[in-house]
Design a protein around this ligand. Structure first.
Ligand code: DQA
Length: 140
């Protein structure tokens, strides 16, 4: 299978911002680990990060027929992006929503995701392992 690991706004600064919340590993090193993990299980993955909402929507729209699944950490877009929600609803590719932090144990505005309803499932609160668990969900 082939997967797309998609990260949204501010996730490019993982390892540099709010280390107590998101850890000290950079997104690049997390993605390297994920690439090895996926390969070790006989699969493939592409990686993309953008701070621009529309670029993420475009990537999702182009995923049909290319990817078997998308792992998406949309960052703060999670909480208000109807554009991303529509992009997910508009493709047949299953999307697993991911968060490194336990958003339900944080500020109230993070308790609501406008994406979950159109996603296959959601994994949150396990730091970088949230990405591993989300990928694994496609083949377990
Ligand atoms: C996040 C949680 C979001 O609320 C936040 O805006 C992020 C990261 C997470 O991975 O825990 O940027 O998606």
């Amino acid at each position: 299978m082939k997967f797309l690991v998609l990260n949204g706004v501010n996730l490019g600064r993982t390892g540099m911002r709010e280390k107590g919340v998101y850890g000290t590993d950079t997104l690049e090193s997390i993605n390297r680990g994920l690439a090895e993990f996926v390969k070790a299980h006989g699969h493939e993955a592409d990686f993309f990060q953008s701070d621009i909402e529309g670029e993420l929507c475009t990537k999702i729209g182009q995923a049909e027929g290319v990817y078997d699944g998308i792992v998406l950490n949309a960052g703060a877009f999670t909480h208000y992006s109807y554009a991303l929600r529509d992009a997910i609803a508009g493709v047949k590719v299953p999307v697993v929503e991911v968060h490194m932090s336990n958003v339900h144990a944080r500020e109230e505005f993070r308790h609501k995701s406008v994406l979950t309803e159109v996603c296959k499932g959601e994994i949150l609160g396990f730091g970088k392992n949230s990405y591993y668990l989300a990928l694994e969900s496609f083949w377990l």
